[in-house]
Structures are given as C-alpha cells and as structure tokens.
Design a protein around this ligand. Structure first.
Ligand code: 5GP
Ligand code: ZN
Length: 114
C-alpha cells in the first residue's frame, strides 16, 4: 500500500532496525521503545487491523507468533517472560493502519493494561 508507513519500512523506503525477517513476517525495533526490548512484528502483506483478519490471511498471524517465539529467544527474554500487544482501532490505541504486534520485554508489566 503506497501510503502506509509499515509497508514502506518493509520495502526499505523508510529505514528500520531489523531483528527478524522471513517470507511472511518483518520485525523491527520500535522508534519509541516502551520497554528495554520493544519489537514491532508485522505481516509483509498489508492488512489494516485485527478487524481484517480472515481465513485467507490468518496464516500471517500464525507466522507472526512463530516469529515472536523465535525473537524472544534471540533477545534472551523467553525465560523471564514478555508481553505481546495488539492495538486495534481508535479506542484500542492503534496509530499505524497496518496490522502489528508489539513484543515487549526486559521489565515487568502491570495488569490490567492502561
Ligand atoms: P500502535 O500505536 O499503532 O499500536 O503502534 C505503532 C508503533 O509504531 C508505535 O509504538 C510507534 O512508536 C511505532 N512507530 C511509529 N513510527 C515509526 C517509525 O517510523 N519507525 C519505527 N521503528 N517505529 C515507528
Ligand atoms: Zn501497510
């Protein structure tokens, strides 16, 4: 999608610090980290939000969670634990209209989420 920030990050038009990539998934460091480790994991296909996940594209979501497990090991946060967050829509706090999951670790997280 021409005007999408995360599509531009995936195709290299906007620079990012890559931590993981495969055929379906791209993962990079968040520009405004909210934890010592804060990774954004996105599908390489433009899917606008969780509202747009279907039987046809849900393979990307499975691939994102497989990648999350691998990245957590890579960063050494798998043992202590971490949080994965998806913000959907206005009330969910989504600011970029390309489906993404935040993988955050290196500190403890409160519950319920704010
Ligand atoms: P959202 O608020 O939509 O759930 O998450 C969007 C995330 O993308 C935010 O955590 C924000 O810091 C991050 N972000 C926004 N613009 C950029 C950018 O240009 N580069 C990187 N690496 N992260 C970005
Ligand atoms: Zn996009």
């Amino acid at each position: 999608m021409a005007d999408c920030l995360f599509c531009k990050i995936i195709n290299g038009e906007v620079p990012s610090t890559k931590v993981f990539e495969n055929e379906l998934v791209y993962a990079f460091r968040d520009i405004e980290p909210q934890a010592p480790e804060h990774i954004v994991i996105v599908p390489k296909k433009h899917i606008a939000s969780t509202n747009d996940i279907t039987a046809e594209n849900s393979g990307y979501v499975a691939a994102i969670f497989e990648a999350a497990a691998q990245i957590a090991k890579q960063l050494g946060i798998d043992g202590d634990g971490y949080r994965i967050v998806n913000n959907c829509g206005k009330l969910g706090g989504q600011t970029v209209g390309h489906l993404h999951f935040h993988l955050m670790g290196g500190r403890s997280f409160g519950w319920p989420a704010g």
